[in-house]
Design a protein around this ligand. Structure first.
Ligand code: ADP
Length: 367
């Protein structure tokens, strides 16, 4: 168990790529911290600097109360799990899991005890005499987890551990990692490009872009109160719909004017939006905050618009509607019972208390 702290950490690779830029983050003891962002945003580089697999160009990394900038990876007392499992092909599963402990000269009885405990936790006891090529992808990933567990490290660092698994197994292993975390009560730093993994696993999530932290907060804050347009659009499935338009004021009320339609803002937003009167803004609405008017008991014409439903995508428990209002495209998520005809015009109601506004220049959140 340990807290991990990164102070002003940067990484510039040879050739000048600045992969990580002034990264400041405190990870609490026993916290599950997820680093998420698109490919190339610097997640792995950050993790590898914590692990000691990558030199730090600038700043300080602390594990517990120890400054580890110059401590080699093997002496940092952390375990890393990789996407490609990194198992030794010529060794049995037992040998793979025991290897790190043998190197550290643990007594044989202790090695057997720890491997036994880890294989029990992960449900892979019957596999210990096999070699990696005789295992499925999911089983190999369990062995890789087991190898990390037996070390009883201060922290686990996971680099896209589920990315090589098929969709169903990924969901299953996600739940297993969650259980493992509850059982081990250790600090986890978990890198993924998958926003669903981030939302479901993280106590807190760091959203990264171009080597910089965009936002660090708990999953619901990231989802409900994104700090900028990038975070709003990266997190959430289907992605938030973003529509350009202007703020106008009529009879002391503020409206978002898209050109073809206008919707009225809720009063709680007036103060924040007032400086944008007459100016361009970006309006953001999540799929679950758009309703088919037929299923809404009371809808004001001031938050209802007309659009054509171009595609109906049934997903079993829910349906995505791809809509076109003439000038803008957006997506709604409605109940499974709701199957409008394609190319039919329909009335849609926005829940205006849930919508977002972004500054088109800075892309920062206004509301
Ligand atoms: P992520 O894990 O978010 O996909 P990485 O940390 O792997 O991103 O990479 C961040 C940036 O650093 C990318 O632009 C990548 O091309 C670059 N990069 C990564 N490793 C190296 C390296 N060894 N040498 C030079 N550039 C690298």
């Amino acid at each position: 168990m340990a807290q991990i702290s990164l102070q002003n950490v940067s990484k510039t690779y040879k050739g000048g790529v600045k992969a990580v830029d002034s990264f400041n983050l405190g990870i609490e003891n026993k916290e599950f911290m997820v680093l998420v962002g698109p490919s190339g945003c610097g997640k792995s580089t950050t993790l590898r600097m914590i692990a000691g697999l990558e030199e730090i160009s600038d700043g300080k990394v602390w594990i517990g109360d120890r400054l580890v900038n110059d401590v080699p990876a093997k002496d940092r007392d952390i375990s890393m799990v990789f996407q490609n499992y990194a198992l030794y092909p010529h060794m049995t599963i037992f040998e793979n899991m025991a290897f790190g402990l043998k190197l550290r000269k643990y007594p044989k009885s202790e090695i057997i005890r720890r491997v036994d405990e880890a294989t029990e936790i992960l449900g892979i006891k019957k596999l210990i005499d096999r070699r990696p090529k005789q295992l499925s992808g999911g089983e190999r990933q369990r062995v890789a987890l087991g190898r990390a567990i037996v070390r009883k490290p201060k922290a686990f660092l996971f680099d896209e551990p589920l990315s090589n698994l098929d969709a169903k197994l990924r969901v299953q292993m996600r739940a297993e990692i969650h259980k493992l975390r509850l059982r081990l009560q250790t600090t986890f730093v978990y890198v993924t490009h998958d926003q669903t993994e981030a939302l479901t696993l993280g106590d807190r999530i760091v959203v990264m872009k171009d080597g910089k932290i965009q936002q660090c907060a708990d999953p619901m804050t990231i989802y409900d109160k994104p700090t900028n347009k990038f975070v709003a659009s990266f997190i959430g499935t289907p992605p938030i719909s973003l529509i350009s338009g202007r703020i106008i004021k009529k009879e002391r009320k503020y409206y978002f004017d898209e050109g073809q339609f206008q919707v009225k803002l809720v009063e709680e937003m007036y103060k924040a939006i007032a400086p944008y009167e007459g100016k361009e803004v970006i309006f953001g609405v999540r799929a679950e905050d758009i309703y088919d008017k037929l299923f809404v008991s009371e809808a004001s014409p001031e938050n209802t618009i007309r659009a054509t439903c171009e595609v109906v995508e049934p997903l079993g428990s829910e349906v995505y509607l791809y809509l076109n209002s003439g000038k803008s495209l957006f997506v709604a998520r409605v109940g499974a019972h709701n199957r409008p005809d394609v190319n039919r015009d329909m009335d849609l109601v926005f829940d205006m208390s849930k919508v977002h506004f972004f500054d088109p220049e800075t892309e920062n959140t206004i509301i």
